[in-house]
Each structure stands twice: as C-alpha cells, then as structure tokens.
Design a binder for this molecule. Sequence first.
Ligand code: UD1
Length: 305
Amino acid sequence: MASYLITGGAGFIGSHLADALLAAGHRVHVLDDLSTGRRGNLPADACLTVADVNDDAALDAIAADGLDGCFHLAAVASVQRCNEEWVATHDVNLRGTISVLEAARRFGFPVVYASSAAVYGDCDRLPLREDDAPTRPLTAYGADKLGSELHARVAGVVHGVSTFGLRFFNVFGPRQDPASPYSGVVSIFADRLARNEPVTIHGDGGQSRDFVYVGDVVRALVAALRKADVSAPVANVCTGRATTVRTLAETLATLTASTAAISTGPARTGDIRHSLGDPGVMAHALGVTADVSLADGLGALLSHA
Ligand code: UD1
C-alpha cells in the first residue's frame, strides 16, 4: 500500500483518480478548498483536508504522513474566470504549483501535475506534438499552465524533484459540472439534451476538439507517477481523434433520443478552430492509449447522470 496526495481531489478528474487509487488499495489524502470540488464526489475512505493549495501548514501536515507521490490537480479551470480574475487565479494556478513543488522538495516525493492543451494557444500545425508545436498560450490560464511546466523544470534541475506534466485536452465524463456557462461543452450538451432542452452551438459547429474520457486520463495520471523524472517530461493526454462540435451535439441527441432543437448562435470570441493532439508520447512514454470511444464515453456519462 502506498500513500498519495491529490490536490483538487474533490473535483471532476481528481475524484475519479481517488476512486482508482483507493480501489487499488492505496491510502489517499485529498487537499481541496471545495471552491468548485464537492465533498460528495469523494468516497468515504479518502482523507479530506479542506484548505487552499498554498496553505503550507496543511501541505506539511499531510506530507509528514510520508507520501509516495502527489497528483497536483488543484486549479481554477475556467478560462474565462482566469482572464477576469487575473491575479487571484494566478495565485492558485501558478503559485499553487510552486507550493506543491516546494513541499515535494522538502519531503522528497514525486509530483504529477495537470498542464493543458491551452499551452499551445492557436497553432495550426495539427496534430499538436510536444516537441514540435510552439507554446504560445492565449489565456491567463494557459500562461499559468506553461509557467507550471517551467517551474517543474526548475524543481528538477535546482532541487532534484521528479515531475511529470500532463497536457490534458478536452476531458469529459461523469461528475463534470454542467452548471456554469463556462463548463465543458460535453457536460452542457449532455445535461440539456438528456432533459430534452435545446442547445446552442457557438458558430457554425465545424470547430473540432480532441475529447478524451476521464477514465483514460486517470490511467495516464497513474502511469505518469512511475515515469516522473528530474528532466520534467510532459505528454499530451488526448485521443488523436477530432470531433466537430456539431457531430458531438448530434451524437448526444441520438444517445438521449432528444427531440430538442440544436441551434447556432454567434461564435465565441477567441474560440480556437481546431484542437487535436498527437498521442504518440503518451503511448510510448506512459504506455497508455485513450481506448474509450466518444460514443462509449458519452454512454457512460449519460448513465451516471
Ligand atoms: C478547453 C478547456 C480549457 C482549455 C482549452 C485549451 C474545457 C471545459 N475547457 O476549452 O480549459 O484551456 O480547451 O485549448 O475542457 N461550445 C458550444 N456551445 C456551448 C459550449 C461550448 O458550441 O454551449 C463550443 C465552444 O465554442 C468551443 C467548443 O464547444 O468551440 C469547446 O468548448 P469548451 O468545452 O468550452 O472547451 P475549449 O474552448 O476547447
């Protein structure tokens, strides 16, 4: 049995990881301020500390238990909120990462952390490859994720801390909150169409994304801890398959037998046209491929609603 910390563990991705680690017989500490995460997402045997990720005393108290690794997922994930509350979200999204890396330095454990496809910005050389695509974020969120990768390098070179950064593409699955207008498109469409309510496509619906199922993301997270290194490697977490927003809406309408309207509205300002990752590094470095098809993943999401 090993002992792990998941920051942001009461959130969408973190709670699925907690389930998997507990099912494998490990001890799971969760550090979460419950700003967007929910206690109800967590299984009873996870050990929850309600605190900010920059709360050093809380981090120290957990680390003193003897950690075998940390999965750092705590972040303000709303791109819109990061642009509006620039300084406050920077405190969580970059300083929070440094706080975790600092604890790792003092207590000597490896860190797997969530980066994002947002580090690429709007690059038209697709599919996006880690060693080839330029990193030019277009949002405060993306800039802080890229900053996290840079500090992970510092953690390795200067402090000998092993890390692995995962650039998540469009993750979907059960427990993703559909409530905010800035929630992921899959959770919004699934929630509304399941209730036979209309959905709006921003723009012509021809924009595409690489939608990856949360179960596959959890397998990548677990594999990355074994591969964490002082060279601070990073890998895309993606499928390599593009789906247009219109196809997504139509697939969900079929799966939910919805008769509600799928209408189009104005395109979202700054919306990226196509985002598609190359899953090669994920396959070779981590030995993980995203096996769950969009239809199967959407089916799993709808059956948990
Ligand atoms: C996603 C990530 C974001 C990351 C970015 C990196 C999510 C929730 N967000 O943003 O954290 O920075 O990738 O590239 O995973 N749409 C509609 N109707 C709706 C809602 C959305 O048509 O009601 C469209 C959007 O205009 C967009 C697409 O669906 O074209 C995907 O939107 P969204 O799920 O918000 O994700 P990204 O913008 O790709």
